[in-house]
Design a protein around this ligand. Structure first.
Ligand code: ADP
Length: 724
């Protein structure tokens, strides 16, 4: 390895100079024994000017004892006549700016015709610390690296002097005994008039002894398991305990710069500082919440509580600052707030008028919809004022219902009209639900009022439609009945007319046929009674009286209905088959009503086949004896049949699949048959179409007479299958 011996000798020489210079600086604390800078600082600056061949050196700081700004400047001899020390400050303000905090590190300035290089070094860390050391030299290369180092050491030395002076003044106030001791010993040292360096060494020793007290404080602070800091009255962190160090993962020195290192969230620094300043002004305990960065970089919320520590004179000597982790509480609060927001959103967007009332029933909350609907805010609805918006006719009913809910402590509901902001009343369903405590006492009532105006209208319309439908059904049934009655009554009437003319003819004969005339008169009477019976039965039907059970020949009753359908049978090309049982017993029932059922079944069968074109339209009427005491009548068609699932619906009133249907026929038919103690049902055929059947009890007591009376008509065509 080649070594430039001359160069290394120069380097060694330079290093030696440097170390000597550093020793000179370090050996010269800038604080005097009374804690002031007045004498020590100019001496230190002289050393620096001399050492670095400066044109001037300047210090600006806040004297922690006198609490006022202090400026000291020392100039080189070469500058005499160019600038006086007392002018340095204004030259710097003009050249570098009014605010020392913003002075650039290195800058060229002009003094008269001279050009100087300046270096400005900060003396502290706190944001409001304006302490500065400025050194200036006309040398263009100033400051070199080694010079900067020396100046920094000087700046640190001044800063630590500042700190010591601060401690000095505080401790003086803390403990009078110690204070007196310090003074006594300091005076002793001064009295000795020894070498000044020795004095300072001794002074340092005294200060060190004071640090023992500091350690005591540290011990106490460390013993507290919660994060705790002790601050000086100037707001400087003096001591922090282990939990603080562990939490932040920083050293105590670094924590002193908490406002700029991110230890406290940048967004919370300003509030913390202003709270602190207020507390210092008032001397009152303070509390501020701020986010502190944990060693892993995560910020957590803390409640920072500071309270002053006072000496026996009541002067504040320290601030004790406790930091309580409130992250979980903050989160819970945020979750609660989010829940509240959510709940409010839900309550105000629910399509209903939501309200709550206290246990005594007086309203204490309404949602936005409620307020908007009635056009009042909560204030005008509170207590029992909400009832003013209820329709006058519904008010007493509502009050009664509300009282009964409260007495029973049970949920309840009531319909009432509620006035809208524009004066229109709409129907609402008021629903109230109690919130009960463990003993069953009401804590609160919650409720929702739902607008049922449209439903109410629909219900009314439905009722109206039902009434109309019922009327139409009655009319339809009546028209069908009228047709059947016309036929029914027509028969005996034509019998009467025929018999009457026969009677006339017999009486007009010579000799008159009296016996024959008597017979025809008897027949006339019989037919007259028959017509009267029909009308009577008709009345009983419309009076909804139970049918009068008489023996009825179903074959004959059916045959009487067929002529009413002949036109349509022909028009639709339906072939009718009648399969009547020969020995069909008489049924017990109302002939007209049973005929109405048969007519309806036949009409439905023809309707079901009206659209059928791909197969014969066949209608079969069948009567048969069922077991011993029952008679069945079936109407079978080859129509479209019905959906198997709709089998029970067919008999429901108003069920219809026809465009012009009423859905009444089968329902009326079933009730007629059931009034006859019988049964009406439907089934699908094996092939096409459906079969509708009813079975009713036979009339046991009249079977014989009925046979003898009507034997001819019934038996004549009974058992014959006939196509029409
Ligand atoms: P509507 O006069 O409306 O037809 P009904 O009570 O007589 O009233 O019948 C109700 C419904 O039953 C009909 O709309 C039809 O759907 C069904 N229905 C009745 N008879 C038959 C049948 N023979 N074949 C198929 N469906 C039928």
């Amino acid at each position: 390895m080649v070594v430039n011996s001359k160069h290394s000798a120069e380097q060694r020489q330079c290093s030696r100079c440097c170390i000597n210079d550093l020793n000179r600086i370090l050996a010269h604390p800038p604080i005097w024994s009374d804690g002031s800078f007045s004498q020590a600082l100019p001496d230190l600056l002289d050393i620096v000017v001399d050492m670095l061949h400066l044109d001037f050196a300047y210090v600006r700081l806040k004297d922690p004892v006198k609490m006022e700004y202090l400026e000291v400047a020392r100039t080189a001899r070469s500058l005499v006549g160019a600038i006086a020390p007392q002018e340095v400050s204004s030259v710097l303000s003009t050249s570098l700016g009014q605010d020392p905090k913003t002075w650039p590190l290195i800058q060229r300035i002009a003094i008269g015709e001279r050009e100087l290089s300046t270096i400005s070094l900060h003396l502290g860390w706190l944001p409001d610390d304006t302490g500065m050391l400025v050194a200036a030299s006309h040398r263009a290369e100033f400051p070199e690296e080694a010079e900067t180092l020396r100046l920094r050491i000087a700046a640190n030395q001044i800063a630590s002097g500042l700190q010591e002076a601060r401690l000095f003044s505080q401790r003086t106030r803390v403990d009078e005994t110690t204070d007196q001791e310090v003074w006594r010993r300091t005076k002793e040292i001064l009295a000795l008039s020894e070498d000044r360096r020795q004095e300072i060494v001794e002074l340092r020793r005294v200060v060190e002894s004071l640090r023992v007290r500091e350690i005591d404080i540290q011990l106490i602070v460390d013993a507290i398991p919660a994060p705790l800091a002790i601050m000086t009255v100037d707001g400087e962190v003096e001591a922090v305990n282990r939990p603080v160090l562990e939490y932040f993962g920083m050293g105590a020195d670094e924590l002193k710069r908490w406002s700029t290192t991110g230890a406290v969230h940048p967004d919370d620094v300003a509030a913390t500082i202003s709270t602190w300043r207020r507390a210092v002004q008032t001397g009152e305990p303070y509390e501020v919440e701020s986010r502190h960065r944990r060693s892993d970089g995560v910020y957590r919320w803390f409640s920072v509580r500071g309270f002053p520590l006072r000496d026996k004179h009541g002067d504040i000597v320290r601030w004790c600052v406790l930091q309580i982790d409130v992250e979980e509480r903050k989160r819970a609060e945020e979750a609660l707030r989010a829940n509240e927001r959510n709940l409010n959103l839900i309550i105000n967007t629910i399509p209903g008028l939501v309200w709550s009332a206290s246990a005594d029933g007086s309203a204490d909350f309404v949602n936005q919809h409620y307020a908007d609907y009635v056009g009042f805010d909560l204030e005008h609805l509170q207590g029992s004022r909400w009832t003013a918006a209820i329709h006058p006719d519904d008010r007493s009913g509502m009050a009664h219902a509300w009282r009964s809910f409260m007495t029973s402590r049970r949920a309840g509901e009531r319909e009432a009209r509620l006035r809208r902001f524009d004066g229109t009343y709409r129907w609402f369903l008021f629903r109230a639900n109690p919130l009960l405590d463990e003993s069953g006492n009401v804590i609160k009532w919650f409720g929702i009022n739902t607008d049922i105006e449209d439903r109410k209208r629909a219900e009314e319309q439905l009722r109206d439609t039902q009434t109309k439908l019922a009327h139409m059904a009655r009319m339809t049934t009546m028209s069908e009945l009228t047709a059947s009655i016309a036929h029914e009554v027509n028969q005996p009437l034509s019998g009467i007319v025929t018999n009457a003319s026969t009677c006339l003819r017999m009486l007009a004969a010579d000799p008159p046929n009296v016996a024959g005339a008597l017979e025809t008169v008897r027949r006339t009477l019989r037919d007259g009674n028959r017509a009267s019976d029909i009308i009577g039965r008709l009345r009983s039907l419309f009076n909804r009286k139970a049918p009068v059970a008489r023996p009825v020949d179903l074959n004959e009753a059916t045959r009487e209905v067929i002529p009413l359908l002949l036109n349509r049978l022909h028009r639709d090309g339906v072939s009718l088959r009648m399969e009547f049982a020969e020995d069909l017993p008489l049924a017990a029932g109302d002939r007209v009503q049973l005929q109405q059922v048969i007519l309806n079944l036949l009409q439905n069968a023809m309707d079901a086949m009206s659209m059928i074109d791909d197969r014969p339209r066949t209608l079969t009427i069948r009567t048969e004896r069922e077991q011993s005491n029952w008679i069945r009548l079936s109407v079978q068609d080859s129509g479209h049949g019905f959906d198997g699932e709709a089998i029970e619906k067919l008999f429901d009133a108003f069920y219809t699949t026809k465009d012009d249907g009423m859905g009444i026929g089968l329902s009326v038919s079933r009730s007629i048959i059931e009034n006859h103690h019988g049964r009406l049902w439907a089934s699908l055929n094996d092939g096409w179409g459906a079969t509708f059947s009813f079975s009713i009890p036979r009339s046991a007591e009249s079977i014989t007479s009925a046979h003898s009376l009507d034997a001819k008509g019934t038996l004549g065509e009974g058992g014959v299958t006939r196509n029409v």
